[in-house]
Design a protein around this ligand. Structure first.
Ligand code: NAD
Length: 443
């Protein structure tokens, strides 16, 4: 029997076992979606702490309730392991490991390579391997396939491969893994059929003709955001000079029922995706002697935003308070790269923190989602700093606050009451703009 026929038979009989490699922000919700459909999942991660935490029923992420993970474990359908040999039991291996940039802004595929090196030692005939990590077009074929074939098995004959980008949006209450259509691409008929059978168990699938088209789709989605955010950040700066409120403009523009999608300015762009993924294409385009002008230009604008915000703070302190930033007590409100999540990877707040310190400011932060700053690749020096307590007394000690993240659990009016200068990069003070007009600066 061909590997496809055997696989599809198992899928029809409801006997597929799913292996998920990398149990982070993407891998865990994916596991949850399968368990919810009564599909058995084996989760593999190299971190023993992560595996122990999950097996003990703790999610380790504030936006995913521990009770959800505990229920997965109790149902007997989910088990996490650090033993890669356990993955032999799985029919499909879905890989969701990090794909960051190195310090020269080049794709760092070391996690993907390490994963494939591990998997090749345990790969068996009939398995499907799907890469879900965001990456440049060609990775599945050029990077994953040669490593997996070192097992002696041939892709498309003995095992199948596919690529399916992850569109998880942590903290989004309207969409989740089970409701966001999944783009799937594979270079062989077996890959397409098997991957479709795996994903249609949990979600609507969108099949494209090959893996590189699926890889490119994910990059296009995030490059679209990267460029549009840069455009709106630039327009904000221009409109500031014309005494026009960009937020009011966007609210008006989005009443147009077609042809306009609202993007909002901010203190910069953060997160594990939008700030990183565009450069995967820039790097790959160079192989073809091509430049990605839009990506680079957007990068120039977006990465300058934190410095611009602090320049604005400097100006306003000197004008309004006749004070310098050096020695001033400044509160950074929000560390996460977006609202209502505890993820601060690549967050512009870290850059704001750094620039404020560079100017000699006495900086503290508040973020109920991040009570203590973990070790980060970009700024290890801030690890261990703790969030302030949100009280009248602590707030009254600050000369200024920079609002960097628009978490919804913050009593923003307190800033109006107790802090003399508020640099608001997220427009969260809008409803108090008249009451505290003399203190609020939209930046
Ligand atoms: N976080 C998001 O919102 C999001 C959204 C869409 C796409 N993505 C993409 O999904 C991928 C995963 O991102 P994430 O946010 O889930 O990362 P994450 O850091 O939250 O999780 C990755 C997990 O992989 C584990 N890991 C690392 N190396 C491993 C290896 N060799 N074998 C097994 N496990 C290993 C880590 O211990 C960690 O638990 C990335 O390519 C990212 O760009 C992320």
């Amino acid at each position: 029997m061909s590997i496809t026929t055997e696989f599809l038979q198992k899928a029809n009989d409801g006997k597929l076992v799913i292996g998920i490699v990398g149990l982070g922000y993407v891998g865990l919700p994916l596991a949850d979606a399968y368990v919810a459909k009564n599909v058995k999942v084996i989760g593999y991660d190299i971190s023993q702490d992560r595996v122990d935490e999950l097996n003990a029923g703790r999610s380790g992420m504030r936006h995913i309730a521990d009770s959800r993970v505990a229920a997965m474990v109790e149902k007997g359908l989910f088990r996490a392991t650090t033993n890669a040999a356990d993955l032999r039991e799985a029919d499909a291996l879905l890989i969701a490991v990090p794909t960051p940039l190195d310090k020269y802004h080049r794709p760092d595929l070391s996690y993907v390579r390490a994963t494939c090196e591990t998997l090749k030692d345990h790969l068996r005939r009939g398995q499907l391997v799907v890469l879900e990590s965001t990456t440049y077009p060609g990775t599945t074929e050029e990077v994953m396939q040669p490593i997996l074939e070192k097992s002696g098995l041939i892709a498309g004959e003995d095992f199948a491969m596919a690529y399916s980008p992850e569109r998880e949006d942590p903290g989004n209450e309207d969409y989740n893994t089970a409701t966001i259509p999944k783009v799937v691409g594979a270079d062989t008929e077996s890959g397409r059929a098997m991957a479709n059978a795996v994903y249609e168990k949990i979600v609507e699938t969108v099949m494209v003709s090959n893996a590189r088209t699926a890889e490119a789709t994910k990059l296009v989605e995030n490059i679209y955001r990267w460029i549009n955010i840069a455009a709106v950040n630039e327009m904000k700066i221009i409109f500031e000079k014309m005494d026009i409120d960009i937020w009011e403009v966007i609210d008006a523009a989005k009443t147009k029922p077609f042809g306009f999608h609202a993007f909002y300015p901010g203190p910069g762009v953060g997160g594990h995706c939008i700030r990183i993924d565009p450069y995967y294409l820039s790097w790959k385009a160079r192989e073809h002697g091509l430049a990605t002008h839009f990506i680079e230009l957007a990068g120039e604008i977006n990465t300058k935003m934190p410095r611009r915000i602090i320049s604005r703070l400097l100006e306003e302190m000197s004008l309004r308070q006749q004070k310098a930033l050096s020695g001033a007590k400044v509160l950074l409100c929000g560390l996460a790269y977006k609202k209502n999540i505890d993820d601060m990877r690549e967050s512009p707040s870290l850059e704001l923190f750094h620039i404020l310190k560079e100017h000699g400011a006495d900086v503290s932060y508040y973020d109920s989602f991040i009570p203590e700053i973990p070790m980060t690749r970009e700024h290890p020096e801030f690890a261990g700093e703790k969030s302030i307590e949100w009280t009248k007394q602590t707030l009254s000690e600050f000369d200024a606050v920079v609002i960097a993240t628009d978490h919804t659990d913050v009593a923003y009016e307190d800033l109006g009451k107790y802090v003399p200068l508020i640099i608001d990069t997220r427009n969260v003070m809008a409803e108090f703009s008249e009451k505290y007009a003399d203190k609020i600066v939209k930046a």
